[in-house]
Write a protein that binds this ligand. Structure first.
Ligand code: ATP
Ligand code: MG
Length: 611
């Protein structure tokens, strides 16, 4: 490949909105241009590296028996209505109409399309397990696209979907995917941290995210200083600060004065209460009312739930409560983790209730809810509250709070669970060690879906005895663009990108100091020899000063550089100057041995990463 014949518009200046290195360097090295907010064009150099990431992913998917297909990106809305996500997905879903007025979606992910495809073909258990994937365009109408292709609106994702006749078979494929992901990231030269992630209403250990540490990461991750516990904050649990057993709490109440009311005029928030009563937030019980959608827990015995409307979506399937309200009591200095709350309730969605609902259900203005005497709705108690034997909490009346409230003596809950947001300093749920936090960026996600799509979309197969069953599913995504940008984040310096050999757009750049005469001949010969060795070469044949060529080579991050100049060609043994992108000093190598030397280094680097 000759520089003059390709299109690599390198830039000296940095785009104004580029705040992270990968964004700056992808633009400056001529890999990428922007079409609109969140929409980009990969130019030839960028596309070469992009295809290499895709190919590594493809090889590892194929190696575990997943089969590549290529469905359309535009999908009929009917499928999304079947799964319930036409309404539930929100504004990130790009909905379009065709000329006949029919609704379509531009796929942000493809559970529906794959489930529908398999539904049409699946009849027998003999066809299972089945794992299919695509490497294809996705569109998400992200509210705030940022950091270049890290969070774009249109991007490419590898997404795989698997279908199984048993949990054991799903687990086996899930584990194989996890191993394939680890290989993919290693081959890309990425240091990735696998963490436990929220697995929605499914529970269990059915979801793992692959993160890179990043200051601009959207995810908070918790790690244990003692053991290898690692989890997304959405999922992270912690050892309670005390035993959550009620009998202990009861015995501790012996010295607590009786429950009494105190006047707290206009004092509603925890901060206001702290100032008013001159105590710390940890002596209050905060009580929040949540609205939960599609709750699958059995609520028959729960207070205020006996008359609730239920839906029974399929024969034998659990009852679903489309809309329910819960009170959540938690120590005043802590926050409720809504993802953990939703998982505890087996709800598809939870959100703070509207003020009017809070007032209706607690019989008091917002700010005065408390667990004592709250009978209209089920009260969920975070573990921390079971240790509170002398607390202040809302008295379900305007301008009044209770003091000396004791768990077990003055109130109990309907359900005790770990629903707090874990933070640095809390204790590891496995070993009790101290947890610390890091910011992370998600590159991939593997997930046991169970029956989440196969059930509503009525996927079925017949077993050996001719009995019909619903298969369980898994889904597995990796963002190609985000992987590429993350590689640059991990491999660059002040001068530009330092590509790992596996991802570099080309492996060697040959720079003739001046592309004419003997220098031109030597450079052409070296390129031809390298190509014969199977090495990918870029020849910088431009009529530019050597300094400009060197700077661009550094910016583009080509792993190996061979410089041919008049001075080194003179004499009996003409030589080339060879340097790796990450090295400071170059080395003189006899021109006749240069191609072999470079090819060997390319091979060694590839083996190191791919091995
Ligand atoms: P995030 O929390 O970052 O929005 P997500 O959990 O919604 O990601 P998934 O649905 O799990 O993402 O998608 C799988 C992968 O697709 C992600 O791990 C990420 O690499 C990639 N991805 C998701 N959204 C984007 C985006 N807007 N731009 C680029 N890549 C993305
Ligand atoms: Mg995810």
């Amino acid at each position: 490949m000759k520089f003059s014949q390709t299109f690599i518009p390198t830039l000296r200046e940095v785009p104004a909105d580029a705040v992270i290195a990968s964004h700056r360097l992808m633009f400056r090295s001529g890999m990428l241009r922007k079409l609109a907010n969140g929409l980009f064009a990969y130019l030839p150099l960028g596309l070469l590296s992009f295809r290499k990431v895709e190919q590594i992913i493809r090889e590892e998917m194929n190696a575990i028996g997943s089969l590549e297909i290529k469905p359309s990106v535009v999908v009929p809305a009917e499928l999304w209505k079947e799964s319930g996500r036409w309404d539930a997905y929100g504004d990130a879903l790009l909905r379009v109409k065709n000329r006949l007025g029919a609704d379509f979606v531009v796929s942000p992910t493809a559970e529906e399309a794959f489930t529908s495809l398999v539904r049409d073909e699946l009849s027998s258990y003999k066809q299972l397990p089945l794992s299919l994937y695509q490497i294809n365009t996705k569109y998400r109408d992200e509210i705030r696209p940022r950091y270049g292709v890290m969070r774009g609106r249109e991007f490419v994702m590898k997404d795989a979907y698997s279908f199984h006749a048993s949990e054991a078979s799903l687990d086996e494929h899930y584990q194989a995917m996890g191993r394939a992901y680890r290989r993919i990231f290693k081959r890309c030269g990425l240091s990735v941290i696998p963490v436990q992630a929220d697995s929605g209403a499914m529970g269990g250990s059915g979801s793992e995210e692959f993160m890179v540490e990043s200051e601009i990461g959207d995810n908070t991750l918790l790690f244990c200083k003692n053991c290898d516990y690692a989890a997304n904050v959405e999922k992270a649990g912690c050892k309670p600060d005390f035993s959550p057993r009620p009998e202990l709490a009861r015995s501790a109440t012996a010295g607590t004065p009786p429950l009494s009311k105190i006047s707290t005029p206009g004092v509603k928030t925890i901060d206001e209460l702290c100032a008013f009563l001159k105590t710390g937030a940890d002596s209050f019980i905060k009580t929040l009312v949540y609205r939960a959608v599609n709750v699958e827990l059995d609520l028959k015995a729960a207070p205020g739930c006996s008359g609730l409307k239920k839906e029974r979506p399929a024969p034998g399937a659990p009852e679903v409560y489309p809309e329910t309200f819960f009170a959540v009591a938690i120590r005043g200095d802590l926050d409720v983790n809504e993802t953990k709350l939703a998982a505890t309730l087996k709800a598809s969605e939870v959100a703070l209730a509207a003020d009017s609902d809070v007032e209706r259900l607690t019989g008091s203005p917002v700010g005065f809810a408390g667990p004592v005497g709250l009978g209209q709705i089920p009260v969920l108690i975070d573990h921390t509250v079971t240790a509170m034997t002398d607390a202040v909490t809302g008295a379900l009346e305007a301008d009044l709070h209770y003091q000396h409230a004791a768990y077990g003596r003055d109130f109990e809950g309907w359900l005790i669970a770990d629903i707090r947001t874990v933070k640095a300093g809390d204790r590891c749920p496995l070993c009790g060690g101290e947890l610390y936090e890091k910011k992370g960026n998600e590159l991939g996600h593997i997930f046991k879906l169970g029956l989440k799509y196969s059930k509503p979309m009525k996927l079925s197969y017949l077993d050996e005895a001719g009995k019909s069953h619903t298969p369980v599913m898994g889904c597995y995504g990796i963002g190609v663009d985000r992987v590429l940008a993350s590689i640059i984040e991990e491999h660059h310096d002040d001068n530009g990108i330092i590509w790992p050999m596996t991802i570099a757009p080309c492996q060697v750049i040959v720079i003739p100091v001046k592309y004419e005469g003997a220098v031109k001949d030597a450079a052409d010969t070296l390129c031809a020899e390298l190509e014969k060795e199977g090495v990918e070469v870029l020849l910088d044949d431009r009529n530019e000063r050597p300094g400009v060529k060197f700077n661009d080579a550094d910016l583009m991050g080509i792993p190996l550089r061979a410089v041919i100049g008049e001075r080194n060609l003179a004499g009996d043994s003409p030589r080339a100057e060879i340097k790796a992108r990450g090295e400071k000093e170059s080395r003189l190598v006899e021109l006749s041995r240069a191609a072999g030397d470079l090819a060997a280094r390319v091979k060694k680097e590839l083996e190191k990463l791919n091995g």
